[in-house]
Design a protein around this ligand. Sequence first.
Ligand code: PT1
Length: 259
Amino acid sequence: MGILNVTPDSFSDGGRYNQLDVALRHAQNMVAAGATLIDVGGESTRPGARVVSPLEELERVAPIVELIHRELDVVISVDTSTPAVMRETARLGAGLINDVRSLRRDGALDAAAATGLPVCLMHMQGEPGDMQDNPRYQDVTREVGEFLSERMTQCAAAGIPAERIILDPGFGFAKTLQHNLSLFKHMEALHALGRPLLVGVSRKSMIGHALNRPVGERLSGGLALAALASMKGARILRVHDVAETVDVVRMLAAVESAE
Ligand code: PT1
């Protein structure tokens, strides 16, 4: 899954892709590099990010979803928590709803169910604005698993069956470095929930803190985590650096297919 931010305040590429043609070219390059999903996001959810109005979010996301749907052969994921954005982008060709708030906003469960699309449910305590203030867990992996299980139950009640659900531990969302590392190490426990796992760690501060690297120097750390996540059974890797990550995954597959 290649990341396409259409926010003017995106955390690692500074909103360079907010113009439509530049965004399309970037999506095209990621598809050529081997991305099978493009995750379009109009609301930055990095720590401390500001809230965007539904209209502003829709105006950022809708044109690019429509354009990618027309021009490229790729599944479009929409990174949104906003019911109106779910409904409208589904109409414009989106193929996956990726909600870091796990459909907890008013009307989000019903909107997602009405689209009939698959959804990615992600773990987060609190909101992006305050989530890093004081994250606390007794056992982070167990609590993430319990949260995701509860959200799957809510989805089932709203008419979103388990077969339509992807699960995400939510790396970097209301977690300290130690929480992130422990959750990553024990990620396999989440396979008990019976659904495919999506992992997003690309360029995040957990790499920065572990290696003491600024955001522009986190590729090697990110590729190490991509390899490890794959080996732990993660099925979708949400990344900025598609070509490099595809090489990692293909290399693992080459070894795996040997006698
Ligand atoms: C993610 C994810 C996402 N991450 C899914 N969607 C972001 N499903 C946006 C940092 O610590 O992991 N899974 N959508 C980006 N969010 C962050 C969070 C970016 C933390 C940076 C950090 O640097």
